[in-house]
Design a protein around this ligand. Structure first.
Ligand code: FAD
Ligand code: NAI
Length: 467
């Protein structure tokens, strides 16, 4: 029986990255994965397939709506959904193979099966044939990720009532699509199917979309989506979906109570959040403590309540994001190697990959107000940015929030094309504790959309040039 320095359970972005970093630091490492492919939610049914469909559907929309105004004439584009799904699958396969290659390159053993923690230093793995083996190891990292949150009374069949997984593989474009939850998944996958021709209605419990994002940003983004053709029913909840006929009939009620209304749809996507996945891990028997939301409890060094057992990624507290899981994987491996691994939770960017994109890093205005921090705001719209004007992609704006006393940048928020790429200069600046003045005095290439960030930083000191 092999004895490892580290066994990682789960090969999502948290687990496989943790394994690689640990191997780089000289540890003998194995990963345990219950699925047929490596890469976890992100590579197989999350980030990557959704981005492939977002890209393909955006190209479809551009060809149909934007090419002509630039003088590019093409025949009316048609959708070949099986080919689009094949494009998506090729992307998934390429990335999954990449992870397999990285496991080999770093001499990491891949053990196929479901892992169960028997206690400090022991993981039992049950293969798909039902056979079990016990693996011995100095340390264990739980990186088992998350699963979809269910809506009471609504059963997901992944055909007509789908989670994000089914919504990534619909066999035809629904005429009418109901989305329950105006969070990241709802708006991204809603965009995919809306671009491909579906009429989209989004029902959201709260009185706003994208909770957690800056309120002004969310408001402007909602208006943009409504202009695109999205219908929002805010402050409302779906209390049931009748599946007895060919058309689904959803019952929608005001969140605060009141008269229900019925909505006929072809497909309903339930995306009301995700929950930590710990099923079958044997945590209770092993004595690994969970918090009140079912997440594995960890200290600032990712250690659980059991000696030698650590946890990272979606299964612990914090934003459920692939890059957060990856950074925790690196930090955890470094801590196990006796180094000072660390994740700066104040500077984790978030991106919604719609058109336009929404991105953010640091605090929102609402958070600063609540914390009683005095702040200054600098804003700059893309309508005043030269590159955006010539490309006729002027939707959105940049907002920089800085400490009123020290000028240190506390948050940056962007709605606009390429916002997901642009946010990183703000992240680097904030990682180094930079000020709005630092950002404003950094020379930005012309003509770029990133100049809007510099202008927003100048606007903090009320001296934007192009506004
Ligand atoms: P996961 O990726 O969930 O991996 C966990 C792995 O553990 C899985 O492979 C699972 O099979 C395995 N496992 C579980 N239990 C066991 C066991 N007992 N034994 C063996 N193996 C086990 N995040 C972003 O940052 N950007 C995005 O664009 C983005 N898009 C998303 C789109 C969708 C539709 C969804 C659903 C999520 C998206 N996310 C995105 C979130 C992202 O996928 C997660 O934050 C990320 O995958 C978490 O990584 P993880 O390693 O913690 O867990
Ligand atoms: P979410 O937490 O982003 O949004 C869920 C939404 O559903 C919220 O607005 C919530 O108020 C609403 N809601 C909850 N219960 C409801 C109900 N009964 N009726 C109506 N609305 C209800 O969760 P989502 O979109 O499911 O995504 C899950 C996770 O996956 C997120 O935490 C996100 O971080 C991650 N993800 C990240 C992406 C990215 O980084 N681009 C893309 C997709 C997912």
């Amino acid at each position: 029986m092999a004895t490892y320095d580290l066994v990682v359970i789960g090969t999502g972005p948290g687990g496989y990255v943790c394994a690689i970093r640990a191997a780089q630091l000289g540890m003998k490492v194995a990963v345990v994965e219950k699925n047929a492919t490596l890469g976890g939610t992100c590579l197989n049914i999350g980030c990557m397939p959704s981005k492939a469909l977002l890209y393909a559907s955006e190209m479809f929309e551009e060809a149909g709506h934007s090419f002509a105004k630039m003088g590019v004439s093409v025949p009316t584009p048609k959708i070949d959904l099986p080919a689009m799904m094949n494009f998506k699958q090729q992307g998934i396969d390429g990335n999954v193979k990449g992870v397999e290659f990285l496991m080999k390159k770093n001499k990491i053993d891949v053990i196929s099966g479901k892992g169960k923690i028997l206690g400090t230093g022991k993981v039992e793995v049950t293969g798909s044939d039902g056979k079990t083996q016990t693996v011995e190891t100095k340390n264990i990292v739980i990186a088992t990720g998350s699963d979809i949150a269910r809506l009471k009374g609504v059963e997901i069949d992944e055909k007509r009532i789908v989670s994000s997984t089914g919504a990534l593989s619909l066999e035809k474009v629904p005429e009418k699509l109901l989305i329950v939850g105006a969070g990241v998944i709802g708006l991204e996958l809603g965009s995919v199917w809306h671009r491909l021709g579906a009429q989209v209605t989004v029902v959201e419990f709260l009185d706003r979309i994208l909770p957690g994002m800056d309120g002004e940003v969310a408001k402007q983004f909602q208006r943009i989506l409504e202009k695109q053709g999205f219908t929002f029913k805010l402050g409302a909840k779906v209390t049931g979906i009748d599946t007895s006929n060919k058309t689904l009939v959803a019952t929608i009620e005001p969140a605060a109570g009141g008269a229900p209304e019925k909505l006929d749809v072809d497909v309903a996507l339930v995306c009301i959040g995700r929950v930590p996945y710990t099923e079958g891990l044997g945590l209770k028997e092993a004595g690994v403590a969970l918090d009140n939301r079912g997440r594995v409890q960890t200290d600032s060094h990712f250690a659980t309540s059991v000696k030698g057992v650590y946890a990272i990624g979606d299964v612990i507290a914090g934003p459920m994001l692939a890059h957060k899981a990856e950074d925790e994987g690196v930090a955890c491996a470094e801590i196990l190697a006796g180094q000072a691994g660390h994740v700066n939770y104040d500077v984790i960017p978030g991106v919604v990959y719609t058109t336009p994109e929404v991105s953010a890093v640091g605090k929102t205005e609402e958070e600063l107000k609540q914390a009683g921090v005095a702040y200054t705001v600098g804003k700059f719209p893309f309508t005043a940015n030269g590159r955006s004007k010539v490309n006729q992609t002027t939707e959105g704006f940049v907002k920089v929030l800085a400490d009123a006393k020290t000028d240190r940048v506390l948050g940056v928020h962007i709605v606009g094309r390429e916002a997901g790429e642009m946010i990183h200069e703000a992240a680097v600046l904030m990682e180094f504790g930079g000020s709005a003045e630092d950002l404003a005095r950094t020379c930005h290439a012309h003509p770029t959309r990133s100049e809007a960030i510099k202008e927003a930083a100048l606007a903090v000191g009320k001296r934007a040039i192009h506004m």
